[in-house]
Design a protein around this ligand. Structure first.
Ligand SMILES: Nc1ncnc2c1ncn2[C@@H]1O[C@H](COP(=O)(O)OP(=O)(O)OP(=O)(O)O)[C@@H](O)[C@H]1O
Ligand SMILES: [Mg+2]
Length: 234
């Protein structure tokens, strides 16, 4: 579904991503693991067109080459993106935030409705009329993901969905991501939290200094203490 090859990206003259390659199959959850500053967010932004992929980079989504396309065109193809910083409308209610995200369904997947999303994010169901600005950080994080799903993406990029969440909310987030996968979506998330990744992801790609150092299943990674010690904070 998503095939990234020779993805290079720069901030000014700083070479950040170096020949990043990733393959994500339909219905799979891939986690991008790496420490602070490894290049996880930059990889997602480059896939989404928010950071320009350098010439020679290839990002193929559902067979369509999107490297060099503007973010709105990439979003229109069915790529959803939830950035690290929550971006809800603080003056709008939960319900209104969801309606703002609504886009036509694609691909024969069932369209998302607020009711379906409330089944996945039960705590949002209890605050339908609450303004976004009066929700906790974790609730806002869930609302941002739910609003992105209202756009009926085929694949969602989630940048560190567990970051800064209380343990009980982290558990709910893991269940929500598994439910999103069960609904047939493809998910790419970034994480520093290996335990969270193990709960939700099928495969991992470990990135360090903008280079993919290791890829494999989470089961395979469990048997690689040296890799974990070298590239992850464990
Ligand atoms: N806007 C920017 N301008 C210049 N350099 C940047 C910019 N954003 C990120 N960088 C640098 O690019 C590198 C990769 O950053 P990136 O944000 O992709 O890392 P990350 O893996 O997402 O880290 P974190 O876990 O802290 O979110 C880092 O060295 C960072 O300092
Ligand atoms: Mg980041």
């Amino acid at each position: 579904m998503l095939s990234v090859r020779q993805l290079n990206a720069f901030y000014g003259r700083a070479h950040i991503l170096r020949d990043v390659a990733l393959e994500v199959a339909r219905g799979e959850v891939l986690v991008l693991l790496g420490r602070n500053g490894a290049g996880k967010s930059t990889t997602m932004k480059a896939i989404m067109g928010l950071v320009r992929p350098a010439p020679g980079s290839s990002v193929s989504f559902g067979g369509v080459e999107i490297a060099g396309s503007p973010p709105y065109a990439i979003a229109r193809l069915g790529l959803g993106y939830v950035p690290e910083d929550r971006r809800i409308f603080t003056d709008l209610t939960v319900m209104e935030n969801l309606e703002v995200g609504r886009q036509p369904a694609r691909d024969g997947l069932d369209p998302w409705t607020p009711e379906r999303l409330f089944a996945i994010f039960p705590n949002l169901a209890a605050m339908k009329d609450r303004p976004g600005g009066r929700m906790s950080g974790g609730e806002q994080q869930m609302l941002t993901i739910a609003r992105t799903l209202m756009g009926n993406p085929r694949l969602v990029l989630l940048d560190e969905p567990s970051e800064g969440l209380a343990p009980v909310i982290v558990q709910q987030m893991a269940e929500a991501i598994r439910a999103v996968k069960a609904a047939g979506l493809t998910v790419v998330l970034s994480e520093q939290n290996l335990h969270f990744a193990e709960r939700v992801a099928d495969r991992a790609a470990i990135i360090e200094k903008g280079i993919v150092r290791w890829t494999g299943t989470l089961d395979a990674l469990r048997a690689e203490p040296a890799i974990k010690a070298q590239y992850l904070s464990v």
